[in-house]
Design a protein around this ligand. Structure first.
Ligand code: C2E
Ligand code: MG
Ligand code: MG
Ligand code: MG
Length: 284
């Protein structure tokens, strides 16, 4: 009897797995065509300087407007893009689109682009970056590439060489999501970073968690010792802003200052729009 029931459960699992595999294959097939179907879009989130309160750059974040599932988060489709290699074409599209768009902004602010570890394993990433800068006419000083520590675990000499080539172009390299994943202080020593971003999870936990506050302070202190500016991401409240600003954080980013937006240029006329008054006063 148990056997019969067992078989039934197996059949159920088989069916569920079939369904999952089918959905994933469909998603893959959809993703392969998403660029040419113009379903991929970039949104831009402002980064603000703590010292002056001005926008010092925008981070480009990818979105997929799926014909059936609606707008999908990169957390859903980037893993598929990375497993299948689609990320190579997608990442190149993102970089070109971000540079092209930024080259048309009425102010010469920076644009930050996230680079997947899979893109980093390509030997020719620096060449791709250089070609896209040429094509779009964006000045290299206006481009920042954000990479996470997972990009640094495999083949460190090759990664270091790629980073050096990209820096030689005049492009800045940012260590994203610092403190999560495979954090190692030696990464900061061995690789030529220009900026550190503290992960949003520490900012979110600062309110109740003394340890999260300590880590935030330590990261900002580390940045100061290494002469690397630190950005705090995911700032949602004036309290969070005050805590990181008091510690000497250089830049802030988060819903408090602006959500990712397809057309950030519209804010450019009024650089201070959306900047909360109490926060603005605190920076004075
Ligand atoms: P990330 O690079 O750390 O980007 C910050 C994420 O935090 C973004 O999520 C942003 O929308 C979100 N965020 C910003 N401020 C706040 C806030 O105040 N509160 C909350 N709750 N969230 C905030 P998003 O756009 O979903 O992107 C998630 C991750 O996907 C990014 O994390 C990045 O690792 C990756 N990603 C996004 N776009 C690209 C891309 O074009 N290429 C690659 N390779 N990865 C990308
Ligand atoms: Mg990022
Ligand atoms: Mg980040
Ligand atoms: Mg993050």
């Amino acid at each position: 009897r148990a056997k019969v029931r067992g078989r039934g459960i197996m059949a159920f699992y088989d069916q569920a797995m079939d369904q999952e595999v089918r959905e994933r294959r469909q998603m893959e097939a959809d993703l392969r065509q998403a660029i040419e179907r113009c379903e991929i879009q970039l949104v831009y989130q402002p980064m603000r300087s703590v010292a002056g309160g001005e926008v010092c750059g925008y981070e480009a974040l990818v979105r997929w407007q799926h014909p059936v599932h609606g707008q999908l988060s990169p957390k859903v489709f980037l893993p598929i893009a990375e497993d299948t290699g689609i990320i190579i074409a997608l990442g190149e599209w993102v970089l070109r689109e971000a540079c092209r768009t930024a080259s048309r902004w009425p102010v010469e602010t920076r644009v930050a682009v996230n680079i997947s570890p899979v893109q980093f394993r390509l030997a020719n990433l620096a060449f791709v970056v250089s070609r896209i800068l040429d094509e779009t006419g964006l000045s290299p000083e206006r481009l920042e590439l954000e990479i996470t520590e997972s990009a640094l675990i495999k083949d460190r000499p090759a990664t270091l060489e790629t980073l050096r080539q990209i820096k030689a172009l005049g492009v800045a390299i940012v260590m994203d999501d610092f403190g999560t994943g495979y954090s190692s202080l030696s990464n900061l020593q061995s690789f030529p970073f220009d900026k550190i971003k503290i992960d949003r999870s520490f900012i979110a936990a600062m309110g109740e968690d003394e340890n999260a506050r300590s880590i935030m302070r330590a990261v900002i202190g580390l940045g100061r010792s290494l002469a690397l500016p630190v950005t705090a991401e995911g700032i949602e409240t004036p309290e969070q802003y005050n805590m990181v600003a008091d510690e000497g954080c250089a830049q802030v980013q988060g819903y408090l200052f602006g959500k990712p937006n397809p057309a950030p240029c519209e804010d450019f006329g009024t650089a201070d729009s959306g900047y909360p008054r109490d926060v603005a006063q605190n920076t004075a």
